[in-house]
Design a protein around this ligand. Structure first.
Ligand SMILES: Cc1cc2nc3c(=O)[nH]c(=O)nc-3n(C[C@H](O)[C@H](O)[C@H](O)COP(=O)(O)OP(=O)(O)OC[C@H]3O[C@@H](n4cnc5c(N)ncnc54)[C@H](O)[C@@H]3O)c2cc1C
Length: 310
């Protein structure tokens, strides 16, 4: 049996919770994975040692991990990762990295995996209109969507080895400019409430924000909302040309359900749609549908949820 290797997902300098899901996914392929933690400070890797099911943690220490550069990261990880199947998250950055590592090793890459059954991997294709299943016949690099696999529990205590590595930077990043936002990012959220052009005005997104604050959700948007209103940033856009999300609950308000929007959210566990048009396509994909204007529906939803959370 070849090794399975998990590349830890790092967010804001710490190990992101999806890393535990990757360990469960790796176990579905067989064996106990090695977790590689790309870092500039090896102490970041300690948190990975407590993820149950990992056989070992390697803190891959290099200045190259200061900022993301696909070629630099791939060469630094390739230099220390043993032969085997490598799992990453399916964030845009990690999918890019997955492809780079696969190219360096001349092995297959399978992106956006949502199910693993032995050596069979399933992932959505054609913007989620169909699912494809491929069989692995050797080592590969696999990106796994968040929120699909249960997180491996904590409480483990495997060894952490610190390994210095280097990578050749193809581009030198001068500065990262993150859009300042106090709100939870849709890519991070377990619950998302999104608004579309049917919200009528960006000012009306305050009603979505009030519900989001009540239930700990992120606020998303359709492309029509983002394109129409400058106040709704692209970082909120869900869909084919926005973010792919996979929350437990997705509430679509005033969103018609165009195929390009569905491409980013149709694999959510539960979908609730609020739309005044009973024939809106979103209802064909919703687990629960409310045919009403948001003006009527949101105040009731808000007070009911507030009552439940009190
Ligand atoms: C290449 C390409 C890429 C694209 N990428 C994306 C993408 O990433 N994400 C994305 O979202 N779209 C994307 N689109 C655009 C997509 O095709 C749709 O145009 C868009 O999703 C529509 O957004 P919407 O549902 O908010 O607006 P609309 O289609 O205008 O729908 C508004 C909905 O609101 C309802 N409504 C109106 N008033 C109310 C009210 N008071 N209360 C309740 N409901 C109300 C209406 O019944 C309607 O169903 C892309 C398109 C192309 C061509």
């Amino acid at each position: 049996m070849t090794e399975t290797i998990v590349i830890a997902e790092i967010a804001k300098g710490t190990i992101h919770a999806t890393t535990s899901e990757l360990v469960t996914a790796a176990q579905a392929l067989g064996g106990s994975p090695i977790i590689i933690v790309p870092c500039t400070d090896a102490s970041v890797a300690d948190a990975a040692a407590s993820i149950q099911g990992a056989s070992k943690v390697i803190a891959a220490k290099s200045d190259v991990f200061n900022h993301y550069d696909a070629a630099g990261w791939a060469s630094a990880i390739d230099a220390i990762a043993p032969a085997g199947t490598i799992l990453t998250s399916a964030t845009p950055q990690s999918k890019d990295l997955a492809a780079r590592i696969a190219a360096r090793r001349n092995i297959s890459v399978v992106q956006d995996v949502v199910a693993i059954d032995g050596n069979q991997l399933t992932s959505p294709v054609y913007s989620g209109k169909a699912m494809q299943t491929v069989a692995l016949s050797g080592p590969a690099v696999i990106s796994v969507r968040a929120n699909v696999f249960d997180a491996a529990p904590s409480g483990g205590s495997c060894d952490v080895a610190v390994v210095d590595t280097t990578g050749n930077m193809a581009t030198a990043v001068q500065e990262f400019m993150a859009r300042a936002s106090q709100r939870l990012d849709v890519a991070e959220a377990n619950i998302i409430i999104s608004g579309g052009r049917g919200m009528g005005s960006p000012d009306n997104f305050v009603h979505l924000e009030a519900i989001a604050d009540t239930i700990g959700a992120a606020v998303g948007a359709s492309r029509a909302a983002v394109d129409t209103w400058e106040a709704i940033p692209h970082s909120m856009q869900v869909g084919q040309t926005g973010k792919t999300v996979n929350p437990n609950l997705y509430i679509a308000v005033g969103i018609s359900g165009a195929i390009q929007h569905l491409a980013g959210m149709r694999s959510s566990k539960y979908i609730v749609a609020i739309n005044k048009d009973a024939d809106a396509p979103i209802f064909q994909h919703a687990d629960y549908g409310i045919v009403a204007t948001w003006e009527d529906a949101l105040p009731v939803l808000q007070s009911t949820l507030a009552g439940m959370m009190a």
